[in-house]
Design a protein around this ligand. Sequence first.
Ligand code: GDP
Length: 535
Amino acid sequence: MSNIKEIITKEVDRRRTFAIISHPDAGKTTLTEKLLLYGGAIRLAGSVKARKANRHAISDWMEIEKQRGISVTSSVMQFEYNGYCINILDTPGHQDFSEDTYRTLMAADSAVMLIDGAKGVEAQTIKLFHVCKMRGIPIFTFVNKMDRASKDPFELMEEIEKVLGIQSYPMNWPIGTDGDFKGVYNRKLKQIELFEGGNHGQTVVSSQKGSIDDQVFADLLGDHYYNKLREDIELLDMAGEEFDKKRVLKGELTPIFFGSAMTNFGVQPFLEEFLSLAPCPGIKNSSAGEVDPTWDKFTAFVFKIQANMNPAHRDRIAFMRICSGRFYKGMEVNHVQQKKTVKLSQPQQFMAQERTIVEEAFAGDIIGVFDPGIFKIGDTLCEANSDLKFEGIPIFPAEHFARVMSADTMKRKQFIKGINQLSEEGAIQVFKQIDIGIEALIIGTVGVLQFEVLEYRLKNEYGVDIKMQHLPYKHARWIENSDIDPRKLTLTSSTMIVQDENDRYVLLFENEWSIRWAEEKNKDLVLYDIAKKVE
Ligand code: GDP
């Protein structure tokens, strides 16, 4: 037994499971490719891009889903580097940004926040950052595209602190930020690492390095850059935050790395520092107390369900994050919510392009299993105590809304069946408008593409054509007070009152202003933003 425990402990210690959060075009695909490259997965490195190209047009995307019978939009890339076993969780962005993007963050132990040096903190990064912050996971920042003109690095630090409310500690410091990038100063090693144009290709680059006190660098950089660097470093050392690993691990301080993914500059030092600082899978809370990742009993929770887009194969794939124990192919586990035993017989692991059958996996790993319709988001699987339940996955308030009804009233039954199914998968959120008939439902989504998926799937899987009217709402807020009758609230004429599937009252607002208005005019009203927990 102790042998198993030793194996599990060793495997857990070397695992790092993280997601990259960024705004479209910041360079996530490029950075992922380079990380895979260092992991020796050169073949995969090129394919990340190909995969991304395929995702641009919805019709293509549907086609790919159909042909392959699985989803290409959800994957985990696993690779080895220096003895570490690394899982990068892919967070869908662009048009396929959806609740899944948020849910994926529930399975990560840390996050890499990727920022375009010229653009600073952008909208999608802010949203994803808040989810990471809510979870209290460590966040590492990579400021990308330093080979081009970027914002002043002190300004960037201030922006990160002001907009995101997190303090930062630059691990390195850029030299030349007006499109004249010379390299970085590594604060830990107190050395300069020169940028020599980098390498756009697929090979690992080395750069000239040496102590800042070495006259060679003073000569190479010239007085202007050299003196500015000295001043900047002095200012950082005096006025900046101190490096504190405990605060990094609590998500209070973000280490910043400046680099350029495309030219492959600063990626390897970043990866190495990240691996040594980022946490391995940790303890998770459950209804039966804390679950240690090295516990010899397998536990996992479902964080995402991916439908099969091929109507001939209705099965879905449930993605689960392992929290403890050892997983092996064909094992039988308790499905806690359904109170029955299930066999995990065809476990898949999703690589950038291919899927492979998993023989063995440990805490921190993600596996996908075929789901004949028995899993829901937030379900717990457990080898031992069948009462153990992990905390649920929060609902992320929708940002796009539409009134949806069946074009043919005779098909209402099928329509409702399809809507329920999609809602169960977590692909849409369903609301009922109060005080009117239930002919039309209000559907909320986090990403716009989800409406197209809804239309496509209802037609293809349920034979239902729908009528859809997009609504101008942007924000959903749950009413916390159970004693409030929402009809009696003072609200702007454009605010809509709806109920969610659990009959909780929700207000739909067009803008932030009307939320504030509602709060000011109704002093007792308590509105809930993101992360209303599911029981
Ligand atoms: P994603 O949307 O975040 O996945 O971004 P991509 O990785 O596709 O990158 C968006 C664009 O930025 C592409 O044209 C990349 O070639 C470019 N890019 C990525 N990294 C860098 C970099 O370090 N420097 C420069 N100059 N361009 C970059």
